[in-house]
Design a protein around this ligand. Structure first.
Ligand code: MSP
Length: 479
């Protein structure tokens, strides 16, 4: 029977440990969590992987700046990511770190195989490198000579290195992308990648660094360490227990969807699938690229001093409200402009007023007019049948919209039917019907919000199923 069970494997990028977690990282991770919880509720066999990317020149130099040994430094920051995800109630099945011994062994085995089949060869790289993206850059990638993501002048590298024959896989990959065998979504992102393949094509890429000590040594030449992206990509397989074998992969592979933002799409749409082809392993089914958060119109950055940590939001709004505010801030796939004022307004309107108010009104009336018992078992009168489809399409904002429309509808239903008048007039039967309907709706709403707000969902269900229903504490205090 278990072989019939459908599976869902979802990943986030593994985040660099050069800095503390912020709400950009949290956004991707919460979105993955929503999907993981949704598919678990549908009884899929779900595996949700996240983790940290811990090697490379940039992290090595950050550790040095902090006056720490790289290992001690990465342990500390990886701990902060784990803590942040615990606090946000993230239900990941594994947290992988690229400094784990099993991951390192598998990477070495895989690279050795690629070397043995001639896909990695000794060469030379002469060109630009941005150590913040850990990416090789062409002149075309720069704006005024600077990396467009990091606004720094990339360094000039001229070194002997091992190269990966990326060019060999260009035609195959382009076909798979065009045919959606390797799906890239939203469509605009797919088109952007297709045009990149067609205009710039794929050149072989350096897969090793001679002067970077903090990395996985190339197994056949210990003077070189592995290019950090080659190391990092394989986490998506080693996270499932893969040992680095060619042509063999774990039973939950391929990934059903890999989440990330646009900053790392190009490498994920070129080097990553090419490595899989070289290793004779199927490609992930889909990459889904979400937008970037701007804070009041500005890039979130340390130098501007506007970086928001997930803990800052939790402190002000609580865990579930933080999850809600981030997931509803923008259409998943487009950029979103966020800020404290917008969060306050949305918190008060959607959570304290609409949802919180509805729950406390319904519980209060059942307590008062029905002796704390839901009068009858009836069907929820409001359809909520598109929410699942929207979540499956990663249209989280539309799913939430449908939920909130029902909440608003229910509040209007109460206003118009005026149960307090019915109680005064002794029309108990009508009152029973209305409150039963509202209880049924609340119950369905509680289930629908579970992926987004697991604690609130549980609280509502617990209230509705307790022996005697009482109004209780408000779910969300107004700010
Ligand atoms: N370590 C690499 C990924 C390796 S995956 C094999 C990396 N790490 S990162 O820490 O820079 O994370 C980048 C990702 O964090 C983005 O793709 C996105 O998922 C998330 N975000 C970081 N800043 C963000 C915003 N301001 N807005 C939205 N998401 C953001 O790249």
């Amino acid at each position: 029977m278990s072989s019939l069970k459908r599976k869902f494997y979802i990943t986030t990028p593994i985040y660099y440990v050069n800095d503390k977690p912020h709400i950009g990282h949290a956004y991707t991770t919460i979105a993955a969590d929503v999907l993981a919880r949704y598919y678990r509720s549908k009884k899929y066999e779900v595996f949700f992987l996240t983790g940290t990317d811990e090697h490379g020149a940039n992290i090595e130099s950050k550790a040095r700046e902090a006056g720490k040994e790289p290992q001690a430094f990465v342990d500390e920051i990886a701990g902060l990511f784990q803590k942040a995800w615990r606090e946000l109630n993230i239900s990941n099945d594994r947290f992988i770190r690229t400094t784990e011994a099993d991951h390192i062994k598998a990477v070495q085995k895989a690279l050795q195989a690629m070397y043995d089949k001639g896909d990695i060869y000794l060469g030379k790289y002469e060109g630009l490198y941005c150590s913040k993206c850990e990416q090789y850059k062409s002149e075309r990638d720069l704006v005024d000579g600077k990396c467009r993501d990091h606004n720094i002048v990339p360094e000039k590298l001229k070194e002997e290195c091992y190269m990966f024959k990326l060019s060999k896989y260009a035609d195959q990959l382009l076909k798979k992308i065009e045919k959606d065998e390797f799906k890239i979504r939203p469509l605009a992102r797919k088109n952007e990648i297709v045009s990149f393949y067609k205009t710039e094509g794929l050149q072989d890429v350096s897969f090793s660094r001679k002067n970077v000590k903090w990395g996985i040594p190339m197994p056949w030449d210990k003077n070189h360490t592995t290019y950090v992206w080659a190391d990092a990509f394989l986490n998506y397989l080693t996270g499932l227990g893969w040992k680095g074998e060619t042509g063999k992969y774990p039973k939950l592979w391929p990934a059903d969807v890999q989440l990330m933002s646009k900053d790392i799409l190009r490498v994920h749409a070129t080097i990553w699938p090419a490595m899989l082809l070289s290793l004779e392993i199927p490609l992930p089914k889909e990459l889904f690229i979400h937008g970037y958060f701007l804070i009041d119109g500005q890039k979130m950055s340390k130098s501007i001093g506007n970086v928001i940590a997930p803990a800052d939001l939790i402190k002000k709004y609580g865990v579930d409200a933080t999850r809600y505010l981030l997931m509803s801030a923008a259409t998943f796939g487009s950029d979103g402009d966020i800020g404290w004022q917008k969060f306050d307004e949305k918190y008060n309107a959607d959570l304290a007023n609409n949802l919180g108010n509805l729950v406390s009104r319904v519980l209060n009336m059942i307590e008062k007019y029905c002796d704390g018992k839901i009068p009858k078992i009836v069907k929820n009168p409001k359809k909520l049948d598109k929410i699942g489809k929207h979540i499956e399409a990663l249209a989280f904002d539309l799913a939430l919209k449908e939920i909130w429309q029902a909440i608003v509808w229910a509040n209007v239903y109460i206003d118009q039917s005026e149960p307090w008048k019915l109680a005064k007039q002794g029309k108990q039967e009508v009152l029973d019907k209305i409150l039963s309907e509202l209880a049924a709706l609340l119950c369905d709403l509680a289930k629908a919000i579970e992926p987004f707000m697991p604690e609130t969902s549980q609280k509502i269900i617990k209230n509705l199923t307790s022996g005697k229903i009482v109004k209780g504490e408000p779910l969300f205090k107004r700010i």
